[in-house]
Design a binder for this molecule. Sequence first.
Ligand code: SF4
Length: 210
Amino acid sequence: MRVTEIFYSVQGESTHAGRPCVFVRFTGCDLRCQYCDTAYSFYGGKAMTRAEILDEVARHPTKFVCLTGGEPVLQKELPELAQELLDRGYDVSLETHGQRPLDRIPRGVKKIVDLKTPGSQEPHTDFRELERLTAGDELKVVVCSESDFHWAVGVIDRLDLWTRVPVLFSPSQGQVHPKALSEWLLASGRTARLQLQLHKLIWGPDVRGV
Ligand code: SF4
């Protein structure tokens, strides 16, 4: 498997925000979202076996793991690694752009799946993976403009996801002020959450490995 970094920090996103967590950041992504803040993970990285990753994860004092990237689902052995973590008693979350099949991901993994808006410049056109979200999963939308927000609301209405999974709206940094996004969310009357990236508030926007 190709790994950019493994580090121990506080989860900054999702309904798990604030939890101590080991992050396994895999190398490579097949999208190029215009707001991407992990472009450093597109190339390079280090080859690691599943056993080496499990050993590294075990060095840290938490049983909560986040598999992230890049796009972790591009790693062929991801389902096997996720299962091995579950078997060892880890609470496993997976952050994915949602544009690759998720059918091999083991039950029990908490999938945090993006809905890519037009403003991302890599918008979703195929919603099959989003329709399969179930209890324990979450939907994340990075919003780049007011029209992005309304586009996402329309998609989530159509897929009827509001009550199936938590829906998290994040402002694209430098493009949408959290106050504006809050106002759109409140006016929409939808059951969703505003999400700010906690790790960036704590350590600053450009610090890696936190
Ligand atoms: S899917 Fe994620 S890692 Fe890939 S380009 Fe978009 S924001 Fe970056």
